[in-house]
Write a protein that binds this ligand. Structure first.
Ligand code: UDX
Length: 451
């Protein structure tokens, strides 16, 4: 299929490159000319495992980037909208979606053949049919359903493993205003013959995406609440969740009696809070949407509230244990390992809290320090701490070590700390370590050591 993708951000670029890899002819469009040049020069503008290789495999044959939206739409049968949908002051900001829809609509005005426009960005339920569709009709002077199709096709990609997630989907959701639209959207994924395809309406597709992310985020916040409670009653949340996880609804028992056991307790791992570009923004948008619709949504509000509290609750024992002026090393700025993305990372709350408490803070991350410095500038004077890319050097003379991101490089921390004098307090925000590995240890969801 001939496809145009509007937006070369994380979603647009991963989708465009993967769809070209699967055999489609793809043109990605961006208003940022420098970014378009980088892509066409073979340089991948985002950090995502496997993406540069895949991109260079199709560049110049089935894949290219352009700033010319008109040409890309005219030369394709289908357009995916993959622009940003940030959370504004009080609700999701649809500005980029609206201007993309207008520009596409202006092209449809002079296009003779049937075209499908599908929203890939995460948008609140109703957006495709009540915002995008009317703009397309108005700008094109044509009728949706008769002259063009309109649909919604959410992505379910985790950062860091977005390429394998795209190429091995667990489900495909295609929502369209009519059968014809859904048929065209399904063709895009026809190579996945074994994958479940949900054929539905645009609003249902939008709601599936929000519900999926809100459920995962709520499970994390629930686990964090139970973790805090477990610590307070003197038990370890890991054991609690392992017991809970053996419920056959989480770990199904197959007919031959064996159990399906995911390697980790998926989204039931207590920690120092969730971050990233999806969970916080999506739960906020859905909660705001519920409020605007007059529908009570205390669970969504609660998931956000716990997530806002969790970083502070996690570092409180460190702040209590040390004298002001002490050196504290924070390990990890990325919101999870294997990415340089620091958006909404718990580190952005933990570092300012430690600096405010009067500590000398050193921040380490293998790849995300530059991003951390610019994000921290929105929360505090970003130069009030030291940024250290060398792990050994970052630990020097630390009175406390606060582990926020579960990078593999931190797994040898017990050895690195073993000879430090005096022994630092290790605060483990991801329960990476056995408590007995350190002389002084506090871990999220773990009982405080008896002294
Ligand atoms: C998520 C969804 O997984 C994906 O399907 C969706 O399309 C986009 O949002 P992503 O934001 O890349 O993907 O990250 P994910 O790996 O799901 O982790 C999100 C956050 O939750 C991280 O900060 C992680 O540390 C935290 N987390 C995850 C927990 O604290 N506990 C858990 O049990 C799982």
């Amino acid at each position: 299929m001939k496809l145009s993708v509007i937006g070369t951000g994380y979603v647009g670029l991963v989708s465009g490159v993967c769809l070209a890899h699967l055999g489609h002819e793809v043109q990605c469009v961006d208003i940022d000319a420098a970014k378009v040049d980088r892509i066409n020069g073979g340089e991948c503008p985002i950090h995502e495992d496997g993406l540069p290789e895949l991109m260079n495999g199709v560049l110049g044959t089935r894949f290219s980037a352009t700033t010319d939206l008109g040409e890309a739409v005219q030369n394709s049968e289908m357009t995916l909208i993959a622009v940003g949908t940030p959370f504004g002051e009080e609700r999701i900001d649809l500005g980029q979606i609206e201007s993309a829809a207008r520009a596409i609509g202006e092209q449809l005005a002079t296009k003779d053949s049937y075209h499908v426009v599908a929203v890939k960005s995460t948008v609140v339920p109703g957006t495709t049919e009540t915002v995008v569709l009317p703009i397309l009709e108005e700008a094109s002077g044509k009728k949706a359903g008769a002259d063009f199709g309109v649909g919604m096709n959410p992505e379910f990609l985790r950062e860091g493993v977005a390429v394998p997630d795209f190429l091995n989907p667990d489900r495909i959701v295609v929502g369209g205003i009519d059968e014809r639209t859904v048929d065209v959207m399904s063709q895009l994924y026809s190579i996945f013959t074994e994958t479940d395809v949900v054929r539905t309406t645009p609003s249902t597709a939008e709601m599936i995406k929000y519900t999926a992310n809100s459920l995962l985020a709520t499970l994390i916040s629930f686990s964090n609440e139970i973790g805090n409670l477990s610590a307070a009653v003197g038990v370890d949340v890991t054991e609690v969740m392992e017991g809970v996880h053996l419920d056959h609804r989480f770990s199904p028992i197959l007919e031959d009696g064996t159990r399906v056991r995911p390697s980790s307790l998926t989204y039931l791992e207590a920690g120092c809070g969730f971050g990233g570009s999806c969970f916080p923004k999506d739960v906020m948008a859905l909660e705001a949407h519920a409020r605007a619709a007059g529908v009570p949504a205390p669970i969504l509000a609660g998931a956000l509230e716990i997530n806002a509290l969790q970083p502070g609750l996690f570092v409180a024992p460190v702040i209590d244990a040390l004298e002001p002026g002490a050196s504290v090393t924070v390990l990890g700025a990325a919101f999870k390992p294997n990415t340089d993305d620091v958006r909404e990372s718990p580190t952005l709350r933990i570092v300012p809290a430690l600096v405010d408490a009067g500590f000398k803070v050193t921040l380490h991350d293998p790849i995300a320090l530059d991003n951390a410095r610019s994000e921290l500038a929105q929360h505090m004077n970003a130069d009030d701490l030291e940024y250290q890319a060398d792990l050994d050097a970052s630990l020097k003379s630390a009175a406390a070590i606060v582990v926020v991101t579960s990078w593999d490089a931190y797994r040898t921390l017990p050895d690195m700390v073993a000879n430090m004098q005096p022994q630092p307090l290790v605060a483990d925000g991801r329960r990476m370590f056995e408590p007995g590995k350190f002389a002084r240890y506090v871990g999220v969801g773990r009982p405080l050591a008896k002294s």
